[in-house]
Design a protein around this ligand. Sequence first.
Ligand code: NAD
Ligand code: DAU
Length: 337
Amino acid sequence: MKRILVTGGAGFIGANFINNILNKRDDVEIVNLDKLTYAGNLENLKPSEDKKNYHFVNGDITNSELINYLFQKYKIEYVINFAAESHVDRSILGSQIFYHTNVIGTNVLLEASRRFDVKKFLQVSTDEVYGSLGPTGLFREDTPLSPNSPYSSSKAAADMMVNAFYHTYGMPVVTTRCSNNYGPLQFPEKLIPLMTLNVLSGKKLPVYGDGLNVRDWIYVIDHNEAVELVFENGREGEVYNIGASQEMTNIEIVKLILNALGKTEDLIEYVKDRPGHDRRYAIDSSKIQNELGWKPKFKFEEAIQKTITWYLENKNWWERILSGEYQKYYNNLYGNR
Ligand code: NAD
Ligand code: DAU
C-alpha cells in the first residue's frame, strides 16, 4: 500500500486524479489535504468519499504544524502537490495569496517531506512557467523559465525550489509541466466552462483582445495518467512536459462551443485584453512519450464534445457553484466547521 498525501484534491485536476486512481487501484491510500478555497468543491469527490483508502483533511498547505501532524498520523510516504491558486486573472487582481500558497506552501511541503524522508515528491506545475511563444516553436524541458504573470511566476518559483531540494538535499523529486486542461469538474472561471455556461444562460462571451491567443489543450484524464506514470516511473530530479499537441486559438474554441450548443455568434463580445496576456503556448511532450511510453488517448474533437455534454448533464453541479451552495457540502458530510 502506497500512502500518498495529495494536496488540492478538491479542485478540478486533483479530484479527477483521486477519483480515477481510486477507481482502478487498491494499492494506494490517499490523504487529500485541501483548504477548500472558492475552487475546492468536495462534491467533486463523491465517487471516492466512502472508500476506506481515502481520507479528507480540510487544511492549508502553508500550515507546517498541520503538515507535520499529517505525515505522522498517516505515515505519509509520497506527496503529489496539486494545491495552488490557479487562475491567472485572479493573480492579476491580487498576487499575494498566489505567492503565499504556491511558493510558501510548496516550501512547507518540501520541508516536511525532507524531515519524514518521503520516497517521492511530485510537483504538479504548468507550461506557463516558460512564458510565451511566437508563432512557431515548442516548449521543451530545457526551455528557460520566463514567467509573465503573478500566477506563473509563483509556479516557476516553486519549480526552482523543488529543483533546489533535489540538488541540495538529494530529495527524490520530480516535476510535471502540463498545458491547458479541459474536462468535467473544471471551475467555471476558466475559458471552456465559463463560455459553455454563459452560452447556456444566454450571457455574452467575453473574448480577450483579438481572440487569437493560442493554447495547447489536453483532456484532464490524459494529464492525470501522465502524472501517475511520472509518479511511478519518472526519474528523480527530472522535469516532464505533458501536452496533447492540440493548439487552438481562443476564438476557435468559443465558436466551437457555440456551434455545439446550436447558438449563433452574436453572443461573442471582444473585451479589453488581459494585462501581460501570453500569446501562445505549445508543448513538446517527446520526453515523456519516449522515456515513459505515455501518449494522449483522447482526441480533441471527441473529448471537447464529451466535456460540453458533461456540463449539459450536470446542471446541478454548476448551479450549486453559481449559487454558492457547494461550499456547504463539507458541513453535510463532516458537521459544522
Ligand atoms: P483548481 O483551482 O481547480 O484547484 C486548486 C485546489 O487547491 C482547490 O481545491 C483549492 O481549494 C486547493 N487549494 C488552494 N490553496 C490551497 C492551500 N493553501 N492549501 C490547500 N489547498 C489549497 O486548480 P486545477 O486547475 O485543478 O490545478 C491543479 C494544479 O495543476 C495546480 O497546481 C495548477 O497550477 C496545475 N495546472 C493546472 C492546469 C490547468 O489547465 N488547470 C494546467 C497545468 C497545471
Ligand atoms: O497552460 C496551463 C494553464 O492553463 C494553467 O497553469 C492555469 O492554471 C490555467 O488557468 C490555464 O491558464 P490560462 O490563462 O491559459 O487559462 P484561462 O482559461 O484563464 O484562459 C485561456 C485563454 O482564454 C487565455 O488566452 C485567456 C482567454 N480568455 C479567458 C477567459 C477566462 C478569454 O478570452 N476570456 C475569458 O473570459
